[in-house]
Design a protein around this ligand. Structure first.
Ligand code: HEC
Length: 128
């Protein structure tokens, strides 16, 4: 009984440590919080441009602000494009990014198209 009583006040502290430890397991560490725009600028902007519209040197790179393209891509498809690449132009990043990093990257890619105009309605099948 005496033991239990002496331990109880420490419980919140122990929990706080656990939570903090969990937050520290990401290899990017607490000094470098995951930031989709930073990751994008560092790894993607040389081809896709900082704003996602692409750069003249890489004309094949998709305009990531094109809502009509992006609305047709699911999050897991964007993730797998980043992991597997899309030959010939889009390099495969493999295991370079943790799942957490992929999440924030996808969220950033999504945000690029968010303000773009809504997709134009598809023309009727009979239209040529
Ligand atoms: C070396 C240049 C290059 C880099 C670096 C690059 N991409 Fe790409 N990306 C391309 C090209 C080229 C395409 C078009 C591929 C195609 O459709 O044939 C593309 C296509 C894409 C697509 C569309 C795929 C689809 O199915 O339409 C997404 C999403 C994408 N890139 C995201 C990214 C992200 C996120 C990064 C950074 C982690 C990145 N890219 C880095 C060149 C690049």
């Amino acid at each position: 009984m005496l033991r239990v009583r002496s331990l109880a006040p420490r419980l919140p502290l122990a929990l706080a440590c656990l939570v903090a430890a969990g937050a520290c397991t990401d290899p990017s560490g607490p000094e470098r919080p995951l930031d989709g725009s930073v990751l994008f600028r560092r790894h993607c902007a040389r081809c896709h441009g900082e704003d996602g519209r692409g750069v003249p040197e890489v004309p094949a790179a998709r305009d990531l602000t094109d809502a009509r393209v992006m609305h047709n891509l699911r999050n897991d498809q964007i993730k797998s494009v980043i992991r597997m690449g899309k030959p010939p132009g889009m390099p495969a990043f493999g295991d370079k990014f943790t799942d957490a990093a992929l999440e924030v990257l996808v969220a950033h890619v999504r945000s690029l198209a968010r303000d773009a105009p809504a997709p134009a309605p598809l023309p009727p099948a009979s239209a040529k």
